[in-house]
Design a protein around this ligand. Structure first.
Ligand SMILES: [Zn+2]
Length: 285
């Protein structure tokens, strides 16, 4: 036996980037491959592709580096042109390809998300033409009848400009990263996010958006309204736990060690410590 025979085969070169496509309804698809962690398969957040008489609306546009694979995935599900993009929030894994569909596309986002995007290098100079052209404060309806889309803003959470996108005729809600995964929320304080406000914001969503059956989360497989309600309870538990631990003078490590996710089936605690840290930082101010 030669030494070479004992060696591991060389790592495979990176293959073509492929984005998984899920048909949720005849006229709504989700482009996934959205679970963070592995750079070879993480294309950015879940994208909704809504095909209407007037054209195609995208909710979010993944990472810039995944542009070609993203455009291919959109072409796979429709030959109609993209006429509107809704950004759930400012992050680059949700806004990375806003510039790939031409300057006439209507880009829509919450007013605070537009302000956050204006500070991103990706939207400076020539790219400023791809900043949102339409913004709103609390609620905005786009289109009519079966093509109507409702946008809601309920307060700070992941950022200070998170939009909840509802397709009423399809009974579908896209939450962006206000429900990214079954783990602690990420709260981007530099963009106005708040892990303390997060559960209060989600409580308003649960109380207001009732006529949906399917929830498209930011970075995980399809969920139900029940899952969203459970997520609201989870984030409320976590925020209350962190605030109580802070008040009791515990360290972040102590607060993390004392928080159990066991009563939430399928939940992970990979982001719990960062979320508790975020609450502590918020209480410091
Ligand atoms: Zn995000």
């Amino acid at each position: 036996m030669t030494i070479a025979a004992n060696q591991q085969p060389p790592a495979q070169p990176e293959g073509p980037r492929v984005i998984d496509v899920l048909k949720v309804k005849d006229n709504l698809y989700v482009l996934s491959s959205s679970t963070p962690g592995n750079a070879a398969t993480f294309s950015g957040g879940n994208v909704a592709v809504f095909i209407t008489d007037a054209g195609v609306t995208l909710v979010d546009t993944k990472l810039a580096a995944w542009g070609p694979a993203f455009l291919d995935a959109v072409k796979k599900v429709t030959t109609k042109p993209v006429t509107m993009i809704i950004n759930t929030h400012t992050h680059g894994d949700h806004t990375g390809n806003d510039d790939k569909f031409g300057a006439t596309v209507d880009i829509v986002a919450h007013e605070s998300t537009k302000a956050n995007m204006e500070r991103m290098d990706a939207f400076k100079g020539d790219k400023a033409q791809f900043l949102p052209k339409k913004t709103y404060k609390d609620k905005l309806s786009l289109g009519n009848g079966k093509d109507r889309i409702d946008l809601y803003y309920f307060g700070a959470g992941h950022t200070n400009g998170d939009t909840f996108v509802v397709f009423p005729a399809l009974r579908i809600l896209h939450t962006g990263d206000m429900f990214a995964w079954k783990d602690a929320p990420g709260c981007d304080r530099a963009n106005g996010g708040s892990c303390i406000s997060f559960p209060q914001t989600l409580a308003k969503v649960v109380a207001t958006i009732k006529d949906v059956d399917t929830v498209i989360p930011g970075h995980s497989p399809m969920q139900t309204p029940k899952d969203l309600q459970e997520y609201q309870r989870f984030t409320a538990d976590l925020a209350a736990h962190a605030q109580a631990a802070h008040k009791a003078g515990q360290s972040v490590d102590e607060a993390f060690a004392a928080f159990k996710v066991d009563k939430y089936p399928g939940y992970k605690n990979e982001r719990v410590k960062a979320s508790i840290q975020s609450v502590y930082d918020e209480l410091k101010k």
